[in-house]
Design a protein around this ligand. Structure first.
Ligand SMILES: [Zn+2]
Length: 242
């Protein structure tokens, strides 16, 4: 097969992995942030953010399926370099959730040795952050879902980090819903190009040494996933059960 055709078919297969539990269920696109080539942040113990994102996105997909949503994982093989390709692949979805894990500005980071490697860490901030874009065509619905999600995460024992609101270069992300940890970040490509309501979730800070240990536990990932599924059932309307 010509290489270009192989690439096209492979890209399609990677982009579209849809589980439809029942006719008429709302389709939720779960976007695995970053790629193998550009894996995002490096955790305090040297793991990639992409790995954290992929694991959590898988748990979120399971929780959404159990709640009766149809789901579509995007970028789970780590090959989707173009951000717009992610929202193009999600064109049919009723909601777009981008899954990430957080870092912090370099001046908050220190160095330590872990298993013989010198690595960066920062324990000053801890917790989740949620983002919506005022350039998304469905801002009100995006914000509603983000607020309900933040609230569910707080009820589940997590707390929002405030570091993205700091008045310093690289941050300055105004609160859209301060109590529930939601910020505006208008130019995040996946949020502004999504054709449906969209939220980007930084599930926690993997540069924080305690957060990292908590976030890699399956029980924590399942708690976050359950909060996502519960929140979307509220803000999108309860899906029909399979
Ligand atoms: Zn990220």
């Amino acid at each position: 097969m010509p290489l270009s055709r192989t690439i096209l078919i492979t890209a399609f297969a990677l982009a579209v992995c849809i589980i439809r539990p029942s006719h008429g269920a709302i389709l939720v696109a779960v976007d695995v942030g970053h790629t193998l080539e550009h894996p995002g942040a490096t955790s305090a113990r040297g793991e990639t953010e992409f790995g954290f994102n992929r694991e959590l996105a898988g748990k979120i997909q399971e929780a959404l399926s159990a709640a009766g949503f149809a789901t579509q994982l995007i970028g789970e093989h780590g090959m989707m370099n173009a951000l717009k390709a992610r929202t193009d692949a999600a064109a049919q979805a009723g909601f777009f959730l981008s899954v990430h894990h957080d870092s912090m500005q370099p001046h908050y980071l220190s160095e330590w040795k872990f298993e013989g490697k010198t690595l960066a860490y920062g324990d000053r901030f801890s917790g989740f952050s949620l983002f919506v874009s005022r350039k998304n065509a469905h801002l009100a619905a995006s914000l509603k879902c983000a607020s309900v999600l933040g609230n569910r995460l707080i009820q589940a024992g997590f707390k929002p980090s405030r570091h993205h609101a700091e008045p310093i270069p690289g941050e300055n992300r105004p609160f859209a819903d301060e109590a529930n940890g939601v910020h505006y970040y208008d130019d995040l490509v996946v949020l502004k190009t999504a054709r449906q309501p969209a939220v980007l979730m930084e599930a926690g800070i993997i540069l924080n040494r305690d957060d990292e240990l908590t976030l890699r536990k399956p029980a924590t990932q399942e708690k976050i996933a359950k909060a996502v599924a519960g929140a979307l059932a509220v803000c999108l309307g309860k899906p029909p059960h399979p």
